[in-house]
Design a protein around this ligand. Structure first.
Ligand SMILES: C[S@@+](CC[C@H](N)C(=O)[O-])C[C@H]1O[C@@H](n2cnc3c(N)ncnc32)[C@H](O)[C@@H]1O
Length: 272
């Protein structure tokens, strides 16, 4: 496969990271005032991370990475977007939190970082940018210390299939995209960004993949990790449809009179 996906996706993310830093969705002021962005149960699930070495892959401009640092972990964030990493470094300095931020393609992380971690954390819109889920799983496994943990929170792959252009009053969600993405990926064209749909953008072509639960689980098992948990959540971090209701903690869920659906999932695994 050519590296065209990498070039397109990177240009798109480099343009969008500064837009996200300024967006109300990412709400930097609340973060600076001390709010954690880890809202999917991570902190309760993992428990005390004081002094634990944690790497956050595809860390964007570092909010989750720095939230882990505020919880006591020694953190490294990695992302292929230079603008995102520059913003993350600036933010870490501004809030006075110690963190290392590294620019790299996630597939090169083991070589670039050259070490292993107690906790490998990733997700929330991460794997849809990656063509090869088996290679990704090998990277995750490589980065976990023996006795360490892989912690993954991701949008549920069923999310991928729905028509996002629902009209007001539409009663049913309509499937519009294949669940199984072809190997070459799906070429998408979209101006703006989920965090600011009205932003004027130039780099609007991306290539994305929906990786099904079976593929993700099997890839991680083949990579040598032992899966300890796979939980599907009915809460969503994004209010993708107007009819979603607030579920607390900045999350949303289906109203009771609509078909219930999984929106996200958590997967935990250990390296023995
Ligand atoms: C949706 S964001 C992750 C969101 C993050 N959890 C947050 O909201 O702060 C996806 C991130 O993946 C990064 N990314 C995409 N493909 C990558 C790759 N091949 N290697 C490293 N980073 C990549 C993008 O630059 C972007 O920062």
């Amino acid at each position: 496969m050519s590296d065209k996906w990498l070039e397109l996706n990177k240009a798109s993310w480099n343009e969008r990271a500064p837009i996200h830093v300024r967006s109300s969705m990412y709400d930097l002021d609340a973060f600076k005032a001390g709010r954690t962005t880890l809202v999917n149960g991570e902190l309760d699930a993992i428990g005390d991370v004081t002094g634990k070495e944690l790497v956050h892959l595809q860390c964007h401009f570092g909010l989750d990475t720095l939230s882990w640092a505020r919880a006591g972990a020694k953190v490294t964030g990695l992302d292929f977007s230079e603008t995102a990493i520059a913003a993350a470094r600036e933010l870490a300095a501004e809030v006075g939190v110690e963190a290392e931020f590294v620019v790299s393609n996630v597939y090169d992380a083991p070589t670039v970082l050259g070490r292993q971690y107690d906790i490998v954390y990733t997700g929330i819109g991460a794997i849809c940018w990656l063509p090869d889920i088996d290679a990704w799983a090998r990277v995750m496994a490589d980065l976990v210390k023996p006795g360490g943990e892989f912690y993954f929170v991701e949008f549920h792959p069923i999310e991928w299939i729905w028509d996002e252009h629902l009209k007001p009053g539409d009663e049913r969600l309509t499937p519009a995209y294949d669940y199984f993405t072809p190997k070459e990926g799906l070429a998408l064209h979209e101006a703006g960004s989920y965090a600011n749909p009205n932003a004027v953008t130039e780099h609007n072509d991306t290539v994305q993949w929906n990786h099904g639960l079976g593929d993700v689980v099997t890839a991680l098992i083949k990579a040598g990790l032992r899966i300890t948990e796979l939980t599907e959540h009915d809460t969503h971090m994004v209010k993708g449809w107007d009819f979603l209701e607030e579920a607390g903690n900045g999350l949303y869920r289906m109203p009771a009179d609509r078909t219930n659906l999984p929106f996200m999932y958590t997967l935990r695994a250990v390296k023995e």
